[in-house]
Write a protein that binds this ligand. Structure first.
Ligand SMILES: *[C@@H]1O[C@H](CO)[C@@H](O)[C@H](O)[C@H]1NC(C)=O
Ligand SMILES: *[C@@H]1O[C@H](CO)[C@@H](O)[C@H](O)[C@H]1NC(C)=O
Ligand SMILES: *[C@@H]1O[C@H](CO)[C@@H](O)[C@H](O)[C@H]1NC(C)=O
Length: 455
C-alpha cells in the first residue's frame, strides 16, 4: 500500500517531464527555425580527382561559402556508387579569424583506387543533385618536376618583375609556373601572354566572385587559400611551391630541384620544405621605365636584409602529401603508408637550414625605419643575375616594339594605404581600393566566371 503512491508519483513525474521535454523541443525547433536561416548558396570553383595512396583516390572540390550553420548531408555519386563527402573550411573556422563571413572551403571524398573515373560525376546535397565537370584528373602518384604557384595578384603593374620572377625560377629548374591573376595592368597581362606562349607559364584567371547574397566581397584577399589548394591539385609536379610574386626561394650551393630530390631521399617523411623568409629592401623601380635598356638587375646581387623581422616561412610541398595548404604551410598532412594504417604518423614539415636556402622577400615598399635591417648581404649569384638580364633583353627587344609606353605608375604605397594588413579585419581590396585605383593604370580584370558553379 505504501508503494502505490510512489509509482503513481513516478508516473506523474514521467508525464510532467515528458511534457516539459516536448515543450522544450517545440521552443527549440521554433528558435532554430527563426535564428538559423537556411544555408546560403555556395560557389564551386574547380574539382579534382587526385592520388592519395596506392589504395585511395581523392575527390576534392574547391570553393567559397558563407558560414554554414544548418546541418546538411553531402555525397558524391559516381555512376551507381555513392561516397560520403565532408566539408572543411580552409582557414579552420567560419567566420575566419579576421572576421570574413565568406570563406574558402573544400569538399572531399575518398574513393577506392580501382574506381572508374570516366563516368558522370554528381554532387548530392540533401535531396538535390548537380552534375559537375572535373577540372583535372590525376589519380597517379606524381614523380618529378617543380611547379611554382603564385597566389592571386590584384592591381599588379610592375611588369619588370614578371620577367625577373619567371627567369629566376626557370634557372633553378622549375618545370611550370602557375600565376593566378585577378587584376593586372595591360603591360603585365601582355608580358604574361608572352610566357604563356612559350609554354612555361599558365595564367589562371581568378575572377571576383559573383554577387551571391550581396556579400561575396567578404573573402580574404580574393581567396588565396582556395587558389593555393586549387594550384596544388591542378599542377603536375612532384614539388609545388606556394608563393607570392615577391617570394624568391633560392638555394645557395646546389640547384633547387636537385636539393629537394636529395633531401627527400634522405628523409622520406618530409611533407613540405619550409624556407625562412628574409626581407630584402630594394630601391623603388616603378614609374618611367621607357628606357628599358637602362633597367639593370645588379641590385639583386646583394641586398639590405632583415632576417629577424619576420618569423615566417614559405613552403615547397611534396604534392601528394599535404591535405590542404595555406600561404605559409600545409593545413594538415596525409598519413604515411605503414602497418598502422589510419593510426600511422603523418608526413611532416622540414625546416630548411638558412645556410642552405631561404625565401627572399624583396620589397621596394619595405619600410626600413620599421624593420631591423642588418646591412648589405649577398643575394642572387652573378650567373643568375646575368641570366635574368640576358632573358630580359631578348624579351624586351620584341615587347618594346608593340609597347612604346612602358610606364608603371607607383601603386605600392597606395595599396598599403587602402589595403593594409590588419589581423582583425577582412582584407577586401576590391571594396577598399576600387576608387583609389580606378584610374591609376589600365587594368585588366579576370571576369570570366562561367566555370563557377553556384549551388
Ligand atoms: C621617360 O624617360 C624618357 C627617357 O628616359 C624620357 O624621354 C621621357 O620623356 C620620360 N617620360 C615621362 C612621361 O616622364
Ligand atoms: C603612359 O602610361 C601611363 C600609365 O598608363 C600614363 O599615365 C601616361 O600618360 C602614358 N604616357 C603617354 C606618353 O602616353
Ligand atoms: C572582361 O574583360 C575583357 C578584358 O578586359 C573586356 O574586354 C570585356 O569586356 C570584359 N567583359 C565583361 C563582361 O566585363
Amino acid at each position: 500500500m505504501k508503494i502505490l503512491p510512489l509509482v503513481y508519483n513516478n508516473r506523474f513525474y514521467v508525464l510532467i517531464s515528458s511534457i516539459a521535454v516536448l515543450i522544450y523541443l517545440c521552443i527549440f525547433e521554433y528558435l532554430w527555425a527563426e535564428d538559423v536561416p537556411p544555408n546560403s548558396p555556395m560557389i564551386i570553383v574547380s574539382s579534382y580527382f587526385h592520388y592519395i595512396s596506392d589504395s585511395t583516390i581523392g575527390f576534392q572540390a574547391v570553393g567559397f561559402s558563407k558560414c554554414r550553420n544548418r546541418p546538411e548531408s553531402w555525397a558524391l555519386l559516381l555512376g551507381e556508387r555513392r561516397y560520403p563527402i565532408s566539408l572543411e573550411y580552409l582557414q579552420f573556422a567560419c567566420p575566419n579569424s579576421m572576421g570574413c563571413i565568406w570563406v574558402d572551403y573544400r569538399l572531399t571524398a575518398e574513393l577506392p583506387f580501382d574506381v572508374d573515373l570516366n563516368q558522370p560525376t554528381v554532387l548530392v546535397r540533401d535531396d538535390s543533385e548537380t552534375k559537375i565537370e572535373i577540372t583535372a584528373s590525376q589519380p597517379q602518384k606524381r614523380t618529378k618536376g617543380l611547379d611554382i604557384c603564385v597566389a592571386p595578384i590584384y592591381y599588379y603593374n610592375f611588369w619588370v618583375r614578371i620577367v625577373e620572377f619567371v627567369e629566376l625560377y626557370r634557372q633553378q629548374g622549375a618545370s611550370h609556373i602557375y600565376i593566378y591573376v585577378s587584376s593586372a595592368s595591360k603591360l603585365v597581362d601582355d608580358m604574361l601572354k608572352i610566357y604563356e606562349k612559350q609554354g612555361l607559364v599558365t595564367v589562371v584567371r581568378w575572377p571576383e566572385l559573383p554577387k551571391v547574397d550581396g556579400t561575396t566581397e567578404s573573402v580574404f584577399r580574393l581567396g588565396q587559400h582556395a587558389a593555393m589548394l586549387d594550384c596544388l591539385m591542378r599542377s603536375k609536379g612532384r614539388y609545388v611551391a606556394t608563393v607570392d610574386m615577391d617570394d624568391y626561394i633560392f638555394t645557395r650551393h646546389q640547384n633547387l630541384v636537385e636539393y629537394l630530390e636529395d633531401e627527400e631521399r634522405k628523409n622520406p617523411n618530409i611533407g613540405s620544405f619550409e624556407f625562412h623568409m628574409v626581407h630584402v629592401a630594394q630601391e623603388p623601380r616603378e614609374a618611367n621605365l621607357t628606357d628599358w635598356r637602362s633597367i639593370d638587375f645588379s641590385g639583386l646581387l646583394q641586398g639590405d636584409m632583415c632576417d629577424k623581422c619576420y618569423g615566417n616561412f614559405k613552403a615547397i610541398h611534396i604534392a601528394n602529401r599535404p591535405v590542404f595548404v595555406g600561404p605559409h604551410n600545409a593545413g594538415r598532412y596525409y598519413r604515411r603508408p605503414g602497418f598502422l594504417g589510419a593510426l600511422g604518423w603523418q608526413y611532416e614539415e622540414f625546416l630548411v637550414p638558412k645556410s642552405v636556402g631561404v625565401s627572399h622577400h624583396p620589397r621596394y615598399a619595405a619600410r626600413r625605419h620599421e624593420l631591423d635591417f642588418k646591412g648589405v648581404q649577398p643575394f642572387l649569384s652573378k650567373e643568375m643575375v646575368n641570366g635574368i638580364s640576358r632573358k630580359f633583353t631578348s624579351v624586351m627587344e620584341e615587347f618594346s616594339k608593340t609597347h612604346p609606353n612602358l610606364t608603371a605608375p607607383p601603386v605600392a604605397e597606395r595599396m598599403m594605404g587602402c589595403n593594409p594588413f590588419n589581423p582583425n579585419a577582412c582584407q577586401v581590396p576590391y571594396v577598399t581600393c576600387r576608387n583609389e585605383m580606378r584610374n591609376v593604370d589600365h587594368w585588366i580584370f579576370a571576369n570570366e566566371s562561367s566555370h563557377l558553379l553556384v549551388l
